[in-house]
Design a protein around this ligand. Structure first.
Ligand code: 5GP
Length: 117
């Protein structure tokens, strides 16, 4: 899956479909997951349509660093800084990825289990 095909997340970036946006800057966008798996479940995406983590390249290093630091910031905005949270990136079929636009799940508000399913 090397093509940067359009996805539902591309439509959210372009405001073609609605999402409950919680953070945005010039590089990234964060919005509430439509099918929340925890009391807080936020999706954080780069505006650049990288299909999945495996498609990221060395030129994306600054963007990936920004994504991770923004995940921390968004978790703080969501009130998760004290009790903690989980960051998840699903990559490819075995990883359970369903939307092929790189995204970080930010999950919190309950005790997480391990191992993940
Ligand atoms: P994945 O399974 O690819 O790691 O995660 C995709 C996530 O996107 C899922 O948690 C799913 O609920 C969420 N999602 C899919 N379509 C939409 C949508 O149209 N709006 C929002 N807000 N979330 C979506």
């Amino acid at each position: 899956m090397s093509e940067t095909t359009d996805t539902i997340f591309g439509k959210i970036i372009r405001r073609e479909i609605k999402a409950d946006i919680v953070y945005e800057d010039e590089l990234v966008l964060a919005f509430k997951d439509i099918n929340a798996q925890a009391p807080v479940h936020i999706i954080l995406i780069p505006k650049k349509p990288i299909a999945r983590l495996a498609e990221a390249e060395s030129d994306d290093a600054n963007l990936l660093g920004h994504l991770l630091l923004t995940a921390k910031h968004v978790a703080e905005i969501a009130g998760l800084q004290t009790n903690g949270y989980r960051i998840v990136i699903n990559n490819g079929p075995d990883g359970g990825q369903t939307v092929y636009h790189l995204h970080i799940h930010i999950l919190g508000g309950r005790q997480m289990a391990w191992p993940p399913g």
